[in-house]
Design a protein around this ligand. Sequence first.
Ligand code: ZN
Length: 429
Amino acid sequence: MKTIIKGGDVVDPVREVVERLDIVIEEGRISEILPSGELKKTGPQTNIIDASGKIVLPGMIDMHVHLREPGHEYKETIASGCLAGAAGGFTALACMPNTDPPNDNSSVTEFILRQARKADILKVYPIASITRGRKGEVLTEFGDLRKAGAVGVTDDGSPVTDSHVMRMAMEYARYHSLTVISHCEDINLSEGGLMHEGDVSARIGLKGIPSICEEIMVEREISLSRLTGCPVHIAHVSSAGSVEAIRRAKEDGLPVTAETAPHYFSLDHSAVIGYDTNAKMNPPLRTAEDVEAIKKGLSEGVLDVIATDHAPQSPLEKELEFDKAAFGIIGLETALPLTLRLVRDGVLSLPSAIKKMTCAPASILGVSGGMLKKGMAADLSIIDPEEEYILKEEEIISKSKNSPFIGKTLKGRNILTMVEGRIVWSRKT
Ligand SMILES: [Zn+2]
């Protein structure tokens, strides 16, 4: 069965252009891409999807997701997280290792891949932990983890405090072609902190997390990358100082890459004023100046990737006093409209915004995809950039509903998601 996606404005994040094209899909792969209207006879066995007036994106890859399985299936499962991702326009997710048990050995990595195959919705790339039990002490078996299917390593949720352990991790990871992802936090500086340390935390009487607790570790990872020559990817950048440090590292030619999350360019610490626990995440929402620096970092290419840090929490963890509530928000279903807002505001062009969610994460993780080319898997989504809607809790697909954007008006929505030529999500209107 042949499928043709006709007349859509197709984003090419590699050449950074948008062109009106028809995409022909056969046996899960793109068999032809032609200027719209050039296609000759289609034959009776053809499924035609009309994408006119819509935008076609290469399947988005979210390189920072917490799928919570194994161990916390009441918050999210691999299947529910994949469905939420499909609804948001993603075709692949990289999942963090802070599960229970943590992904610190090949049997957990294999379990994750098995569950992903069973769910049969999106591609899932497991990220294993750097250290056993994520305790920061003993390295995991990188060779076994790679063989089992892990594509990167991180102790995300916690930093690797011991600089010697991180140095060894970088050296071994390079040898095994694993991407090192660093959660940058000096826990001695952040200890007991609940939100960004600044005028808002002082006013509302909550203990702060200073920006420097992130920046010190970003500087350390840059120094270790300089020493080892190993690439390092900085997770969830939230502060202006981190952006500056990464900018200097890139100017020095170091193999440092970085991501931020949509909440860091959409909200600032004033969101915490009503003690909304859905404004509590780690790193925390920072100042309006930090938000501007993050946007500038994105537009100038200092920040390579937009990833969600999708962190499902149930009411058990969130419907509590602010100081007792868990950190984290969901993000898979709001990343696209929040990123499109940057495009409308002139911060990024559409292709450069999409690049940060497609070919950029693919290249950092060393996985295929993130672009639409003849012969490649037909992983894509069709979006309506003009649709406005209010995010309703009951319409959220993720098992957890911890989003600060509930009740807010969003613009731009995914309509259809396809993985290897198969429709895995289509929104009923
Ligand atoms: Zn983290």
